[in-house]
Design a protein around this ligand. Structure first.
Ligand code: FES
Length: 223
């Protein structure tokens, strides 16, 4: 178990939403946060998304400052390259020498489904992350509130967990019934990803986004 998980009441083999797929296009490196662990998410030319510790093993520079070349991530500082398994493949200053075997980025398990990038800090997470089929991402925002505070708010508003502590569904009845994916970023910050039915018109999506944001009016919010 990763040390950051020990202070949270989550299953040690759980999956967590860390970004929407549409926000991790091919060739970009995107910063995220999960359970106090800063992540660098990136998509290779082949299309697969990786979730890595956001730290170059050479001099600890953030890998989100780097860039993607084909299926490798290049650190911006000294240009060390890392393959999808996190191992260093090239050191530009010593091109004739093999990269040191200890030059390896910490990698995490990462999956994509239903337009969501899921990651786990566990070495052996469950086989599959949760599913949210038939839904479409409507809006994401970050709250200055602990995961437990946010779940209390959504539960009071009539949401119930859908088999996972990170997936909350609103009771049926509204046209724009919402599903929330909650991302425990750190001890006092929670990401909220709002999903609604993919069949709803734009006006309903806007209405749902306004309604859900109003739920969290007491917690400072960043879009
Ligand atoms: S700090 Fe990343 S290559 Fe030097």
């Amino acid at each position: 178990m990763h040390p950051a998980q020990q202070t949270h009441p989550f299953a040690p083999d759980g999956w967590f939403p860390v970004e929407l797929s549409q926000h991790v296009p091919e060739g970009l490196v995107v910063q995220s946060m999960l359970l106090g662990q800063e992540l660098a998410l990136w998509r290779s030319a082949a299309g697969s998304v990786q979730a890595w510790e956001n730290r170059c093993p050479h001099r600890s520079v953030r890998l989100t400052l780097g860039f993607v070349v084909d299926d490798q991530l290049v650190c911006r500082y000294h240009g060390w390259r890392y393959g999808r398994d996190g191992r260093c493949t090239s050191v530009p200053s010593t091109p004739t020498l093999a990269p040191p075997p200890t030059a390896c980025v910490r990698t995490y398990m990462c999956r994509e489904s239903d337009g969501v990038v899921w990651a786990s800090l566990a070495r052996a997470p469950r086989a599959y992350p949760p599913r949210v089929p038939g839904l479409v991402a409507c809006r994401s925002f970050t709250l200055d509130g602990a995961f437990e505070v946010v779940t209390n708010t959504v539960e009071t508003a009539g949401f119930a967990p859908a088999g996972e502590p990170t997936v909350w569904c609103e009771a049926a009845g509204k046209t724009d019934v919402a599903t929330l994916l909650l991302q425990p970023m750190d001890a006092c910050t929670t990401g909220v990803h709002l999903f609604i039915s993919e069949t709803l018109a734009t006006a309903h999506r806007i209405a749902a986004a306004g309604r859900i944001k109003a739920l969290f009016a007491k917690e400072p919010c960043h879009v």
